[in-house]
Design a protein around this ligand. Structure first.
Ligand SMILES: Cc1ncc(COP(=O)(O)O)c(C=O)c1O
Length: 296
């Protein structure tokens, strides 16, 4: 029998089938908590520091105290990977409000619950879909506004994204795109979005309501290094339909070319030359030890 993966919960390790938390945890009852999705490539945890920093930044506005220092949490992530002998992995780091009563008041939850799940590398889009580009649909559900349960916070409240995903599923598209309340393109349901027009690379600003993606930041840096002009500005749906190229970025999605939006073909309807160059550069970055933290 193959050994079961171990899951970290509050400093202890449990076999995956026994890794359970209380039904009174407010992460379950109210989606009250924060999380990170992280990848490790060839023994290097890609931008672990940035993910840890963002987790604490997500916890701050919701007044959630993470009961570990950043160093302790980083060590716990690395130890979990080591225990599971994983070098190429998808890591899910979750901090919930912890156990409380049935009311929603967070003051009833004395201690946050910290969970670290590590799994062998996840492939979100099939290699064929990535080569051809994926199909998308703009959903009727608008991105949460920045003065509400904003996606700038990577919280456990993903119903907004799940509604988008359901819409993509119902229309037979691979993925959904969310507009914000003012009608500008915001992001995917778990990805940031970029378009290419006349050689310029454009992505919506974080103030559109999108998550400040770590892959997004890496892609902006790599694209600039390659000599592309990169602009952060609002994008209209029409600009997306008529773009030369479009692609998603994200920890799970990596760089995913978009070939169709609501049945409008984007550019040549396949992975475009700029996207191709970006994918090559991103793949190089995932192999670069300077782009992360070693597991050893
Ligand atoms: C809503 C949302 N936008 C964008 C992203 C991409 O962010 P990152 O590149 O940090 O994974 C994610 C994934 O975590 C997400 O959930």
């Amino acid at each position: 029998m193959t050994e079961e993966l171990l899951v970290y919960i509050d400093g202890k390790y449990y076999p995956k089938s026994e890794a359970k938390i209380s039904v009174y945890d407010h992460g379950l009852l109210y989606g009250d908590g924060v999380f990170e999705g992280i990848r490790a490539y060839n023994g290097i945890v890609f931008h672990l520091k940035e993910h840890i920093d963002r987790l604490y930044r997500s916890a701050h506005p919701i007044l959630l105290t993470i009961p570990l220092t950043k160093t302790e949490l980083t060590e716990a992530v690395l130890k979990t990977l080591k225990k599971n002998k994983l070098k190429n992995a998808y890591i899910r780091l979750v901090v919930t409000r912890g156990i409380g009563d049935l009311g929603l008041d967070p003051r009833k939850c004395p201690k946050a619950t910290v969970i670290i799940i590590t799994e062998p590398m996840l492939q979100l889009n099939s290699p064929e879909a990535l080569a051809k580009g994926i199909t998308t649909t703009i959903t009727w559900v608008k991105r949460n506004p920045v003065d509400a349960a904003t996606h700038e916070i990577k919280s456990l409240n993903y119903l907004n994204s799940i509604l988008g995903k359901i819409e993509a599923n119902n229309t037979g598209a691979d993925e959904a795109i969310c507009l914000n309340k003012t009608g500008y393109v915001c992001e995917g349901v778990g990805e940031n979005i970029f378009i290419v027009r006349d050689g310029e690379i454009i992505t919506p600003p974080v103030s559109s309501g999108a998550l400040n993606g770590i892959t997004r930041a890496v892609i902006i840096r790599l694209a600039k290094k390659l000599g592309y002009e990169v602009t952060e500005r609002n994008i209209t749906p029409n600009e997306l339909f008529t773009a030369d190229e479009a692609f998603f970025t994200g920890t799970a999605a990596e760089v995913a070319p978009i070939r169709e939006v609501n049945k409008r073909v984007i550019g040549a309807g396949k992975q475009g030359p700029v996207t191709k160059r970006i994918i090559q550069e991103f793949e190089k970055a995932t192999k670069d030890p300077n782009e992360g933290t070693p597991i050893q």
